[in-house]
Design a protein around this ligand. Sequence first.
Ligand SMILES: *[C@@H]1O[C@H](CO)[C@@H](O)[C@H](O)[C@H]1NC(C)=O
Length: 234
Amino acid sequence: MIHFRRDKLRFILAVGFLIISISLVLRLLDNPELQLGDIMERSMGGENSVKLKPDHHNDGPSAVKCGLAAPCPKNDFAFKIASGAANVVGPQICFDGKIIIEKQASKNHPGITIVVIEEATGELIKTGSYNMWNGDVTELIHFVNSTESGSLVLMASYDDPATKLNEEARQLIAELGSAYISNLKFRDNWVFVGGKKTIVKASFEQHLKNERSTNKYEAWPEMIEMEGCIPRPD
Ligand SMILES: *[C@@H]1O[C@H](CO)[C@@H](O)[C@H](O)[C@H]1NC(C)=O
């Protein structure tokens, strides 16, 4: 009775499949953070194979500095800069694995936020944040002009970086390597990395114009994120 045996076999397979499915569902319910793949792996390879998987929630020493898409060459400084988003989320500047300006900190000033790094060591020298909507541009001018030679300078806009920016200030920022600063206008988004008389001529810059027709947020363009690697001088 071949037919009978085949049906019996099917029945056994179906019951077996059902039991496995139920046990998977129960485990998922038990620990909703587990992914199905993890359970399969755990069922088949035991606990150890799960532990070997990288933990994306943990910024351990093996994590890529500043969260770059790909790690920098071993001796380079990694950086990542985000301009502000609308007038809600402040700018963020990360250098060599350290978040120096943190998004949504309470000190988010509209305008231009600046981080100055000693090129030779990668050490933080100073930070500044200048309100370019109704602040005093002479403070920004003094900050940039008094920056020592051999400094990397990282800048990010938030809300409005341009209204108070005069020719003198634009000239000083152009001397750090910015090609766009002379065109920067009301509520443009802008991120920049340059330097004052550095050995390595680092130059990174991105901008988004504030235009109603293309803005992501009605009165503001989309946030900009820029990342890169700056070679350390020998
Ligand atoms: C920058 O500082 C020097 C002195 O350190 C001064 O002579 C010069 O006028 C300053 N430039 C600006 C644009 O403020």
